[in-house]
Design a protein around this ligand. Structure first.
Ligand code: UDP
Ligand code: MG
Length: 320
């Protein structure tokens, strides 16, 4: 049986890594007799990443490239890679070799033994992480694990998916899809492979704190409407407080000491105001997400491709 493995590599400003990554991964796969295609997705890099990818495709016909019209984010790059892939199974791996490429072989062997999704699970996180980052990541994963019922604390985007799972993912039309959780949500026969996160060799992480916060909020809200329920909770708490304070105010009126209530009035006013604004913010956020989805804009726009890619779209409407 001749099977093909597609390796999807989202790349954003990775000019220093493209050659090394393609060399390392192709060598490992060739040594193990696995037929492969490497799909680099250039996510709107501002350096010459795309030029590098094109020069790689000229030397090795198994290497292919997709060029985005601008930066659409790693999630979009992963989905584009999956859409253009023609393998019987697909691996998603970072371009910076922080995910050990040797593990691809282990994942592939498990796939040959009948597993449909092989999740890369972090044995250890990178050493260079600050304490606040570590703490924030821990809180995020706690929340998301609760919402999805899947332990996400050590999850990563490094995983192998069978063609059936890839098609299932491609059929999900959500624009703000959260790949890491959705790939578990779709089910299928799953197993895990542990790996150690390596240090980045060249360049630096593309995630600013603000980008991480945005990613966390969008991922949580795509799996739950719980934040909207906070609005009702805050409302109930406010009602209770106003009942108590109302009682006190009435009592003071009855006993003729009503003027003293001024402080209470101010506090209540400010408190109610802030809660209403907070609640409107949460509702507004969900409405903007609905707006985003119904606009039906594509997850990404492709400017061009290189190498022999199967799904190359003929019309813009094919691009999802
Ligand atoms: N990446 C991307 N688009 C982005 C940001 C990152 O395609 O907008 C890619 C990046 O090139 C790398 C992978 O996603 O291959 C992981 O990014 P990074 O190493 O910056 O994240 P970290 O390892 O620090 O979580
Ligand atoms: Mg990295």
């Amino acid at each position: 049986m001749n099977t093909l493995l597609s390796v999807i590599i989202p790349s954003f400003n990775e000019v220093g890594m493209i050659h090394k990554t393609s060399q390392t991964i192709s060598r490992i796969l060739e040594d193990n007799g696995i037929s492969y295609e490497l799909i680099f997705v250039n996510d709107g890099s501002t350096d010459s990443t795309w030029v590098k990818i094109r020069s790689e495709t000229e030397h090795n016909s198994c290497i292919k490239g997709i060029n985005f019209s601008r930066n659409f984010g790693k999630e979009s790059a992963i989905y584009a890679g999956l859409f253009y892939s023609s393998g019987d199974c697909c691996v998603v791996i970072d371009c910076d070799l922080q995910h050990p490429p040797e593990k691809i072989v282990e994942m592939y062997r498990l796939w040959e033994n009948g597993y449909e999704i092989i999740e890369g699970i972090k044995h250890s996180r990178g050493q260079n992480e600050s304490r606040t980052h570590f703490f924030a990541a821990k809180c995020f994963y706690k929340i998301i694990s609760r919402l999805t019922d899947i332990d996400m604390s050590r999850a990563s985007d490094f995983k192998l998916l069978d063609r059936k799972a890839v098609n299932a993912l491609l059929n999900i039309k959500e624009k703000n899809a959260f790949f890491r959780a959705l790939s578990s949500w779709i089910g299928f026969k799953t197993t895990t492979v542990e790996f150690d996160v390596r240090e980045r060799e060249i360049g630096e992480t593309k995630w600013s704190t603000w980008a991480l916060v945005k990613y966390a909020v969008s991922s949580i809200s795509s799996f739950s409407a719980a934040p909207m329920q906070i609005v009702s909770l805050l409302g109930s708490v406010m009602l209770l407080i106003s009942l108590v304070l109302g009682g006190i105010a009435l009592y003071q009126k009855a006993t003729g000491t009503a003027l003293e209530g001024f402080t209470t009035v101010i506090i209540i006013n400010l408190f109610t105001g802030s809660i209403i604004m907070l609640s409107l913010g949460i509702i507004g956020y969900y409405i903007s997400k609905i707006y985003d989805e119904i606009q039906g804009r594509p997850k990404y726009i492709v400017r061009g491709t290189c190498g022999d890619l199967k799904n190359t779209p003929k019309e813009p409407k094919d691009i999802l």
